[in-house]
Design a protein around this ligand. Structure first.
Ligand code: ATP
Ligand code: ZN
Length: 213
């Protein structure tokens, strides 16, 4: 049997279209099968799995998928054993702390004893520890930006790109914890044949990006 690579791609959401576009620009034809769990490329030994982004690091660590396209923010939060092989240049955002705009903020020590709502408890805990700040982390899974307004938290940590969501919710960005973009991750134990396919794919991805610069 000849080697094949299985790639995990976000099923729908902010990374989906750019992920599919990148594959297409690499000359890989995929018969649009987004409504299915998986599909195959017709001209490259590549099988695609469409998944929630949060699940991608786990699937790649387990080898259910060999490689995946996912935000660095998710890779760092999930702490899975995967290799980051390439930055992909899309899905750019930052993971930031924000407080209500009328709250005075002079520096990270002002977060002391605050309740911080976030979907990124691991990254926030790391950041607070690094800066020796003691605060309470409230993990919530969505609509983090409304937490201060309903009295659930004093601050939030969430993904920001333009800042308009923060603004609309009366919040101001006060700390940037992480600058993130989509990356290609790989399983740590690829076979030599799979590594060769990955190298071929990487070569094409780099050519595509070079052509754009
Ligand atoms: P899923 O249904 O797959 O779990 P999701 O709702 O968790 O999707 P999306 O909102 O689609 O995730 O975001 C996917 C990724 O896009 C983020 O993890 C991040 O890497 C990137 N991203 C870029 N800009 C933003 C932004 N402004 N807000 C949120 N995510 C962003
Ligand atoms: Zn998600």
């Amino acid at each position: 049997m000849s080697a094949k690579l299985k790639i995990a791609v976000q099923k729908s959401g902010r990374l989906h279209d750019d992920s599919m576009k990148l594959l297409k620009e690499c000359g890989i034809d995929v018969n649009n099968g987004v409504n299915r769990l998986k599909t195959e490329a017709s001209n490259f030994p590549l099988e695609l799995f469409f998944l929630r982004d949060d699940d991608i690091p786990q699937y790649v660590e387990d080898g259910v998928a060999d490689i995946g396209m996912v935000g660095e923010n998710v890779v760092f939060e999930k702490e899975k054993q995967v290799k980051i092989v390439e930055k992909l240049g899309f899905g750019k955002c930052r993971l930031s702390i924000a407080v209500p705009k009328n709250v005075e903020y002079n520096g990270i020590n002002d977060l002391h004893n605050m309740r911080i709502a976030t979907s990124y408890p691991v990254i926030v805990a790391d950041y607070l520890k690094k800066h020796k700040v003691q605060a309470e982390i409230h993990e919530i899974s969505g609509s983090v930006e409304i937490a201060p307004g309903i009295g659930l938290a004093d601050a939030i940590c969430d993904l920001v790109s333009s800042g308009s969501t923060l603004f609309m919710n009366g919040l101001k960005e006060v700390e940037v914890m992480l600058k993130s973009e989509a990356v290609l991750v790989a399983n740590k134990d690829l076979t030599a044949a799979q590594q060769q396919l990955l190298d071929k794919l990487l070569f094409r991805m780099r050519a595509v990006r070079k052509a754009k610069n």
